[in-house]
Design a protein around this ligand. Structure first.
Ligand code: BGC
Length: 899
């Protein structure tokens, strides 16, 4: 038996557990652990065997499949039925290169998969709302409560299992006999509600009381369904109705029978007003303790206090019910305040020392009758006071109205805020202490998968800010910012940040769901092939769409990134129509195939040279940016067509890409290689997208870029677009020292400048706080926007390339990255000691890596002509005895995902 490697228990699709999964034939993946001291050398899998036990009969079925595939292998058995439970395990055959015989590994642990409700007719439940109509849907819609009392029949059978399948129009918390069901926040999450609505499955076996009265209750707030959304005042009830509703189905199986006892939501349920008076995404929550009925969620509900009203059944919505692969939003961390400040005007302000997204929890206090406790959240202080101006119209304020009773572990239910500071007004008695509060950090609970560290603490802080920025903006959907009156799934922001994100966390489940919302909305007839600017689209629901490069190009770029990080061709296949429709019909073109130059473009948004009140007035021509991207995404789509075997389209798009590149060069690049818009962004894009005609033009480009950067004294002049590419362009033109000089600069605008102003997340503008300490007065002044954090991709992928190549500035001595990829953990660490370069790489079983070591400077820009050494699994060391004091290309570690 092969004892060197052991396969992990199989994972199902991109699902976090396999419980309640929405696939009848979920694909299976495993990685390998190496219990011994070393990773075996060049170990590859030659076959796998899968075993399944289904239902209650102990009947194993084994499938033997030759090959190396260990990621997303097909489900080889009959599809699962709704609710079916199965256990699956795997063992593999393989060998080290040096070994003669193949041998089988140990069996993995068993994994359990349980199908959710796979068909609409599995639902006996109906969507129900209150029979009392919402009086004025233009004002905030108040949360409501639903309840149903029940007894199990027949009473005596012991319970085998109980499942609650549930969703809401709004966001909900469910309780069974007073106990909270699950730990999801803001469930069912935000999707394109006209097309797709998530439901959740919970195991509630332990919450049911066998021979007694039970109560199933659900509280629903407006969430994204009915809160005000969008800037300039926004709009409430974007999905057309103010009726908050639930769909709930409790199924209980007794030990002596396979059949289930079902409790569906219907018009026999009751509805109650909530003590939460209002709860909105931007404005926060108002909780009135005086209206609370502590028994409302239990079977002993006291009807004296509030009289229930009837419920009304709503028509089944047109949206498809989905059991998502994305993990839910959860509270993932608790942070105590770092300090409590008293502002110059005497306000009490909590400082958490970290800009974060989530909400506050009050541990315990007694709030006198009618006293109002107000918690106002903000990201920054100005002149020592809470600075709420950047929040625009969002109130970001939670209020509790006292009843004279104790408030214990209170936190708002259906909102979240982006904040570092919280002003506390109306605290009862003496001033609060640090122990009275804790911040609950919330985001989509994606597994962390990539790490980076190096010997420069400022760069480590920058990286930490990028990670916090990502965490704060991956709350059900990937958003631009988490605090002001936006928090929308802007496509362009994700487009530039997607590969940084995919490295840091396993985003495949979440972003593939988001992409399905994107394509569902994009392919709506009235859009004429133009993707929404924000997904879910609450900005242009009614009207036409605005065709935008870079933003719309997320349609192609995001699937490509996810495919690269997951090896999942279903993502490409699933987005195929949307990608083609954008390129073939959506983009308004001029006769040369490039963009119609009369279209308004956001361009290199928030270029630091643009005036604060006109962020699109960039130095780089916005049509040039659009055209460069068009050539790039056409080539990217050709590559993806190849990956899914669509060879005719692959050839067509590859030829288009060539034509567009040449049209771009004709339009913008002089024979000598000077580009119109002689800017950092324009040159970087043309280098990274291989738009120069030949090596001489590339040499000119490299020299121009260098000149521009030196003249600006190493300051950045890139916005959302150029920031992602400038260091990459310098790297591939053999000028990494310039990239590091820019990276290490602390003058505004630079990556490290915000750190000098105390930043703990990535800002929307390079100077969201200006050098004089004042908060930028522009409309776009968020302190938590991930877009400019796209440098992370360069930090990750060009790991090890940071070198002291020019005298006089401080160098890094070591850097390390670790990435938990689909085939296991890849690690790389390098250090330079006394001029000796030493690199150690860890390659997991069943993969190979191309290792490219530092070489002397050369300028074969973007031609992928690097030569390296292929290595199989194992731990490999590389040494270079003495480095010259010249620029060199960075070492790379390129994981090859095998299929
Ligand atoms: C958002 C951006 C977005 C931009 C595009 C802003 O309001 O915050 O991040 O991409 O608008 O117009």
């Amino acid at each position: 038996m092969d004892r060197l490697v052991v396969p992990s228990a199989p994972q199902f699709e991109h699902h976090e557990t396999g419980f309640g999964i929405g696939h009848a034939s979920p694909r299976l993946s495993w990685t390998f652990t190496t219990p011994g001291v070393r990773i075996p050398n060049s170990w590859t899998q030659s076959a796998y065997e899968l075993q399944i036990i289904r239902g209650s009969q102990y009947h194993e079925q084994t499938h033997h499949v030759p090959g190396e595939q260990a990621v997303l292998v097909p489900w080889p058995w009959e599809p699962l039925r709704s609710r079916e439970i199965a256990r699956v395990r795997v063992r593999c055959y393989g060998k080290e290169v040096a070994a003669l015989n193949e041998s089988a590994t140990k069996w993995s642990e068993w994994s359990t998969v349980e199908a959710g409700l796979l068909h609409q007719d599995d639902w006996q439940a109906a969507f129900i709302t209150s029979s009392q109509r919402v009086p004025d849907p233009t004002t905030s819609v108040s949360p409501i409560r639903f309840r149903k009392r029940f007894q199990l029949t027949p009473k005596s059978s012991p319970i085998l299992r109980a499942r609650l399948y549930i969703t809401a129009l709004g966001v909900y918390h469910a309780y069974l006999n007073g106990k909270r069901v699950g730990n999801h926040c803001m469930a069912p999450g935000w999707t394109a509600y006209d097309h797709r609505l998530n439901y959740q499955a919970f195991d509630v076996t332990d919450l049911i009381q066998d021979n007694e009265e039970n109560a199933l209750t659900v509280e629903v707030g407006p969430g994204w369904y009915a809160s005000r959304l969008g800037f300039n005042g926004g709009k409430r009830c974007c999905y057309g109705s103010p009726d908050l509703a639930i769909l709930a189905q409790l199924e209980v199986s007794a030990e002596d029978s396979e059949a289930s006892w079902v409790l569906p939501s219907n018009d026999t349920w009751e509805c109650l007003p909530s003590a939460i008076q209002s709860s909105e995404i931007y404005d926060g929550e108002v909780y009135d303790m005086r209206l609370e009925n502590q028994t409302w969620s239990t079977a002993n509900y006291d009807t004296q206090q509030s009289t229930p009203v009837a419920t009304r059944v709503l028509p089944w919505p047109q949206a498809k019910l989905i059991s998502p692969n994305a993990p839910p939003v959860r509270v993932v961390q608790e942070l105590p305040p770092a300090s409590i400040l008293v502002s110059p005007s005497g306000k009490v302000i909590l400082d958490f020392g970290q800009n974060l997204v989530g909400k506050l929890r009050i541990r315990s206090t007694v709030l006198p009758q009618d006293q109002q406790l107000t918690l106002t959240h903000a990201e920054v202080l100005e002149d020592g006071e809470l600075c709420t101006r950047p929040l625009r119209t969002a109130k970001c304020r939670d209020i509790v109205l006292g009843s004279g009773e104790g408030l214990s572990n209170w936190t708002p239910a259906f909102t979240f805020h982006g904040f570092r500071y919280v002003q506390v007004d109306g605290w009862p008695g003496v001033q609060p202490s640090i122990d009275d509060f804790v911040a609950l950090v919330m985001h989509t609970d994606m597994p962390r998968r990539g790490w980076f560290a190096c010997s420069n603490s400022h760069i480590n802080s920058l990286h930490s800010n990028i990670v916090w920025g990502m965490r704060g903006n991956f709350v059900s959907v990937p958003t631009d910012c988490p605090q002001r009156d936006e928090r929308l799934g802007w496509t362009g922001d994700l487009q530039v940040f997607a590969n940084s994100a995919a490295y840091l966390y396993n985003t495949t489940g979440m972003l593939f769901e988001w992409l399905q919302d994107l394509s569902a909305e994009h392919l709506e007839d009235h859009r004429r092939g133009i993707p929404p600017l924000v997904v879910p689209d609450v900005l242009q629901k009614a009207g036409g769409s605005l065709a935008q490069a870079v933003w719309g190009d997320a349609v192609v770029v995001v699937p490509d990134v996810l495919h690269l990080y997951s090896a999942d061709t279903n993502i490409v296949r699933g987005q195929y129509d949307s990608m083609r429709v954008w390129l073939d019909f959506g983009i308004p073109r001029s006769p040369d195939g490039l963009w119609d130059p009369d279209r308004w473009q956001l361009g290199d948004w928030l270029d630091p040279t643009a005036p604060p009140d006109n962020p699109r007035d960039s130095r780089t021509d916005s049509v040039l940016v659009a055209d460069a991207y068009l050539a790039h995404i056409t080539a990217t789509l050709a590559k993806m067509c190849e990956a899914i075997g669509e060879t005719a389209d692959a050839t067509r798009y590859a030829a288009d890409a060539q034509r567009l590149k040449s049209a771009f060069a004709d339009k913008y690049i002089s024979p000598q290689g000077n580009i119109m818009s002689n800017t950092q962004t324009a040159i970087s894009l043309a280098i990274c997208f291989s738009l120069y005609r030949d090596i001489d033009q590339k040499r000119t480009a490299a020299a121009s870029l260098s000149r521009l950067i030196r003249r600006s004294n190493f300051a950045l002049s890139t916005g959302f677009v150029g920031t992602k590419f400038i260091t990459q362009a310098l790297t591939i033109t053999g000028q990494p020292p310039l990239a590091y000089r820019m990276l290490l600069s602390k003058k505004c605008p630079s990556w490290l400048y915000p750190l000098t102003q105390g930043a703990t997340t990535i800002w929307e503008r390079w100077d969201s706080i200006r050098p004089d300490g004042s908060v930028n007065t522009g409309e776009m002044t968020s302190f938590n926007h991930y877009a400019l954090g796209s440098i992370a991709n360069w930090l990750h992928t060009s790991v090890g390339g940071i070198a002291p190549l020019e005298p006089g500035w401080k160098a890094l001595q070591w850097a390390e990255t670790r990435f938990n990829g689909p085939y296991g953990v890849v690690k790389c660490r390098w250090e330079v000691n006394d001029g000796e370069f030493h690199m150690v790489v860890h390659i997991p079983p069943n993969t190979r890596a191309l290792v490219i070591l530092p070489v002397e400077q050369h300028i074969e820009v973007g031609d992928e002509d690097e030569t390296g050494t292929w290595v199989g699994s194992g731990v490999h060391e590389f040494r270079l005895p003495s480095l010259t004091n010249k620029a060199f290309l960075l070492p790379h570690l390129i994981g090859r995902y095998r299929r």
